[in-house]
Ligand binder design. Structure first.
Ligand code: SF4
Length: 302
């Protein structure tokens, strides 16, 4: 089984070369209803993990072939922080990465462990999942080995933010009938305000899930995202074709006072005249444009 894959273009992070730390079989301590891998009993062990030398050799070969790689993504057929030699691997990857960024995609299940926080703090970008902020929802949706850990995971994320100077992204995946409620998003907003991530990606199912669950609509994501007022939210979902509307200066300023807008939001929602008004507001210095990962955000000037 190959340890590296890609590179694949990622709109969120750039051209990404993947490293799979569990190439033989799925090894995850969650059994999420929406998982794009087959359903499997949760476990906290990766069977026969590749050794660090093998991973580094394969990565070097792949990088030599694909010079344009922008990001090296540590992932797994499951949860990469279960890999027993993660610290050693990250140190070795740092020495070969050049000017590429190192990213990990984790379900956050181990972020309550101070040792894992220290190891992940060496990366450039860390993406952690947080689908639910209540135990009942966490149990139903992510089906973890240990649902009692949720509060410790949220606290672990908050502590991680304090030591991590790179880019912290939190991903929320919304499933119809489970975490698509106003109450759950109120609870998530409370947790996220404590964690203070650089970006929050809110999405829904877009690949065949392990269990028979359904996505929510783009409009529902928009409406749930309103609970995350003031936070840097990026909605990651297929946009409806014709939702272009006209917004005045005041409308735009009021929208941005609630939450930042991404370039994708602007392209989906703004008609041509509204886009011109947005540019005007930028020129007047009332707004600012920042890029977090590959996502462009418009916010009110501070
Ligand atoms: S954490 Fe990721 S790999 Fe594990 S079950 Fe959930 S979606 Fe699948």
């Amino acid at each position: 089984m190959s340890i590296t894959f890609g590179p694949v273009p990622s709109r969120r992070f750039g051209l990404s070369l993947g490293i799979d730390l569990s190439p033989g079989a799925k090894a995850c301590n969650f059994d999420c209803l929406y998982c794009e891998l087959a359903a499997a009993k949760p476990t906290d062990t990766i069977p026969n993990p590749p050794n660090v030398e093998e991973v580094i050799e394969e990565t070097k070969k792949a990088l030599a072939k694909h010079h344009d790689t922008e990001v090296i993504t540590i992932t797994a057929n499951g949860e990469p922080t279960l890999y027993p030699y993660l610290d050693e691997l990250i140190t070795a990857l740092q020495s070969i990465k050049g000017d590429r960024k190192l990213l990990i995609l984790s379900n956050a299940s181990t972020i309550d462990d101070p040792k894992i926080r220290q190891v992940l703090a060496k990366l450039d970008i860390v993406k952690l999942s947080l689908d639910c902020a209540t135990k009942r929802c966490f149990k139903r949706l992510d089906r973890p080995l240990d649902a009692e850990k949720l509060d410790a995971i949220i606290e672990g994320m908050r502590k991680f933010r304090q030591i991590f100077t790179g880019m912290l992204v939190i991903e929320i995946l919304v499933v119809q009938g489970i975490n698509d409620t106003d109450e759950e998003f109120e609870a998530l907003a409370k947790a996220l305000k404590k964690i203070r991530p650089d970006r929050i990606d809110v999405g829904t199912i877009d690949r065949p899930p392990a269990y028979a669950v359904q996505p929510v609509t783009y409009e529902r994501l928009e409406s749930l995202a309103k609970h995350l007022e003031g936070l840097p939210v990026s909605i990651v979902a297929k946009r409806p074709k014709s939702t272009k509307q006209h917004f005045s200066r005041e409308d735009i300023l009021a929208m941005l006072a609630r939450r930042p807008l991404t370039q994708e939001d602007v392209d989906t929602l703004f008609d041509t005249a509204s886009k011109a008004t947005l540019t005007q507001l930028l020129q007047e210095g009332l707004l600012q444009k920042t890029t977090i990962g590959s996502t462009v955000f418009y916010t009110l000037s501070s």
